[in-house]
Design a binder for this molecule. Structure first.
Ligand code: IPE
Ligand code: IPE
Ligand code: MG
Length: 248
């Protein structure tokens, strides 16, 4: 029985978010340049998107570049942007064919114009996709997102578009870049670190966390299915007791 067959189709995580970490260490272990690790990381993305589609996961969010990653050496940042543009342009026809719909979250204004254009084109081209929604978190951080939301809420309150009494959790959710997406059910981090690195702090309020030492370039279909199976073995209680959950 394959791992995919072991997955209970009635209890799938609707939304999986992944912190794709370990490209640099993967390369270093092989005496290669960090850029080689990022290049291999792109192949892993292709594998994991296919695997998620096969398992009927509806939403897959990939943390590709954080606000903090802008502080890396210029050559690495430029290399990553070039790689992203190349990969996005090359993959768009296949993504379209496979019904994958691309969306992005993050501060797109910080991306170089050529990267933003390539991304916007891919989003437009794949907008009709009815399969998995692939959310690329680029130039993203949760603190940036929450501060931006607070600013917009304040501006709308001043304009009178929004009343203080109407501001609740749903309102805040609607001011985030993830507006319209369900919260992640499962958060995976590869590469061995056990931290969240400013990713989806609000949205992961009730996500199940799964950490693996596998470096991102080695992450594959089986590794994704292992994570889903582990998720399916957990009991999500949302503050209730185990007995209440069983009787629901
Ligand atoms: C993740 O791999 C990719 C990005 C953050 C862009 P890293 O580049 O962080 O790899 P390590 O953590 O140095 O191994
Ligand atoms: C997190 O990885 C960001 C991405 C995977 C894009 P980092 O490698 O930047 O995280 P820290 O800085 O080690 O926490
Ligand atoms: Mg890292």
């Amino acid at each position: 029985m394959s791992l995919l067959d072991k997955i209970d189709k009635n209890r799938l995580p609707a939304h999986i978010a992944i912190i794709m970490d370990g490209n640099g260490r993967w390369a270093k272990a092989r005496g290669l340049d960090r850029g080689e690790g990022h290049r291999e990381g792109i192949s892993a993305i292709r594998r994991v998107v296919d695997a998620a589609s096969k398992a009927s996961v509806r939403y897959l969010t990939l943390y590709a570049f954080s606000t903090e990653n802008w502080s890396r050496p210029t050559e690495e940042v430029t290399g990553l942007m070039d790689l992203m543009v190349y990969a996005i342009s090359r993959e768009t026809p296949d993504l379209k064919k496979n019904g994958v719909r691309i969306r992005s979250i993050g501060d797109m204004s910080r991306l170089p114009e050529y990267a933003r254009t390539a991304l916007e084109e891919c989003i437009r081209e794949t907008a009709e996709g009815t399969g998995v929604t692939l959310v690329l978190a680029l130039s993203y951080s949760s603190k940036w997102e929450l501060a931006t939301a607070a600013k917009k809420i304040a501006a709308d309150a001043v304009k009178g578009v929004l009343q203080e009494k109407d501001i609740d959790e749903e309102t805040l959710g609607n001011y985030l870049t993830t507006r319209g997406l369900p919260d992640p059910d499962l958060l995976i981090r590869t590469g061995g670190e056990q931290r969240i690195s400013n990713f989806l702090l609000w949205q992961c309020a009730y996500a199940e966390f799964y950490f693996t030492g596998i470096f991102w370039p080695d992450f594959d279909e089986e590794a994704l299915y292992e994570a889903i199976l582990e998720y399916q073995g957990r009991e999500r209680r949302y503050g209730k007791t185990s007995e209440q959950i069983k009787n629901d």
